[in-house]
Write a protein that binds this ligand. Structure first.
Ligand code: GLN
Length: 484
């Protein structure tokens, strides 16, 4: 059963080949067997999952099942889940039981999905390797000595090892697409405002966006359908009709204009990755698309701009963890300052502290104009680069990451090397536009991802192109040998 996609499992449930209870038990058993070596889950909610599965089976018997009813899913531990620990992989929230469900969780639950548990991640989603988690690193199922990518590394490893048929992730600078690429999955970062951020623990609010991590584009369409939509509780959620994401998946690619930016061919790109991405683009051309060279002149400024804006927003968002209302509190504080200082010193890990310091500095009175305002101007220029590019092409294609999964601890003492692993994903978040990563082959036994980027609200188009590619090149069918 675990070899199947969500779409296939949905048909299996509808045909009565198995019940949701059987399916859920199967995945829970796989988690128990395989997760000790992967560390992809922070919490497994077995009892609740079995109860939800039984309820889904009853719903089906009443004739009220939808396409997602009874299908298991894992949620990144950044989404609040009522009555269940929601840690954001931080010691700060190790003891935090969320009092309500995030909008994404609520919607998928209303569609009848069964939550298997909460997945590991970088602390407060800050990282590209899943090594900053308070609960320890996640291992890549394709090679346990390698990172799964981050920050949604637990979600990626769990789906790649088929411990869950799909998972949720969040993407502030690449955290859905980068781990999807390194684990051979499909990961979609929707347009900013498409999916509600309500109940999703904030990292950098103007960049954060939730999305699906799945085996296929077809599955991503199914999940996005349920996740997307307006929510009054999130002031940046956009009130715009949600199209039928599955309806146009099969449409041919005739006439599609694919933009190839020179900026995606920088010196950091490994030749093996470049070759596989070129071959994938050639496949799209063989299906009727044509390529155009485009320029994104400010692309190289995206990493420095992001590493001012994201920490600035993070420093503000994380000020709420003060040891007073919830989260970690130090033992026997002598006064209020001691309570704040020690609770935060003990509760946050090194990367989170680094970001808070950078962000506080960038926002301080003397430096605001020099750093924060400059970064915001660059952000605008990057968004305009994309707008201009999309007058010449329908989508942009390139690599998701410069290399395949790196070894655990490879970038431990070099934060900048870590930051550069997001060089191809970050500009997309600064512009607010959607992008998808999909598997396009392997180099030395490690997965490589191709990234497709589109203008605002082009999720349908991205899913269609990804689906057409996957019909011809089924890399997504490969399962790491130890988990087949
Ligand atoms: N790796 C980037 C960072 O560390 C992006 C993380 C994310 O998308 N959450 O900030």
């Amino acid at each position: 059963m675990h070899q199947h996609t969500l779409a296939e499992l949905s048909r299996g449930l509808a045909a009565g080949d198995y019940s949701s209870l059987e399916l859920t038990r199967h995945f829970l058993e796989r988690i128990a067997r395989h997760d000790p070596a992967l560390n992809s889950f922070i919490s497994v909610t077995a009892e609740q999952a079995l109860a939800q599965a039984a309820a889904a089976d009853r719903r089906r018997q009443r004739g009220e099942a939808g396409p997602l009813t009874g299908l298991p899913i894992a949620h990144k531990d950044i989404f609040c889940t009522q009555g269940v620990r929601t840690s954001c992989a931080s010691r700060m929230l190790d003891n935090f039981i969320a009092p309500y469900d995030a909008a994404v969780v609520e919607r998928l639950q209303a569609a009848g999905m069964v939550m298997l548990g909460k997945t590991n991640m970088d602390e407060f989603a800050m990282g590209s390797s899943n090594e900053t988690s308070f609960y320890g690193p996640v291992h890549n199922p394709w090679n346990l000595q390698r990172v799964p990518g981050g920050s949604s590394g637990g979600s990626a490893a769990a789906v790649a090892a088929r411990l869950a048929p799909a998972a949720t992730g969040t993407d502030t600078g690449g955290s859905i697409r980068q781990p999807a690429a390194l684990c051979q999955l499909t990961g979609l970062k929707p347009s900013y405002g498409r999916v509600s951020r309500w109940g999703m623990i904030a990292f950098a609010s103007s960049l954060d966006q939730a999305g699906p991590m799945t085996q296929t584009a077809e599955d991503a369409a199914l999940l996005l359908q349920a996740m997307a939509g307006h929510d009054r509780r999130d002031s940046t959620s956009i009130d715009r009709a949600v199209p039928d994401y599955s309806a146009g998946l099969d449409r041919p690619l005739q006439g599609l204009r694919i933009g190839l930016p020179r900026a995606f061919r920088g010196p950091g790109l490994t030749p093996a990755v470049a070759a596989l991405v070129d071959a994938a683009i050639a496949e799209l051309v063989a299906q009727g698309a044509r390529t155009v060279d485009i320029d994104l002149p400010h692309m190289e400024l995206s990493v420095p701009a992001y590493y001012v804006i994201a920490p600035a927003e993070a420093s503000s968002n994380l000020s709420r963890y003060d040891g007073v209302r919830f989260g970690h509190r130090c033992e026997q504080p002598v006064d209020l300052t001691d309570l704040y200082t020690r609770s935060r010193s003990e509760g946050f890990g090194a990367e989170v502290k680094r970001r808070i310091m950078i962000g506080t500095y960038a926002l301080s009175a003397g430096y605001y104009d020099a750093y924060y305002r400059q970064a915001q101007k660059i952000r605008r220029l990057i968004a305009e680069d994309f707008e201009r590019a999309f007058t010449q092409c329908d989508i942009i294609a390139g690599p998701t990451t410069p290399s395949t999964a790196f070894a655990l601890q490879a970038h431990q003492n070099d934060p900048v090397a870590m930051y550069l692993s997001d060089i191809y994903t970050i500009a997309v978040n600064l512009a607010g536009i959607p992008a998808i990563s999909l598997p396009c082959g392997q180099a030395d036994g490690l997965p490589v991802g191709m990234q497709l980027i589109g203008p605002y609200w082009s999720e349908e188009r991205l899913l269609q192109v990804a689906h057409r590619y996957q019909l011809a090149c089924p890399w997504h069918r490969q399962v790491p040998p130890a988990y087949a």
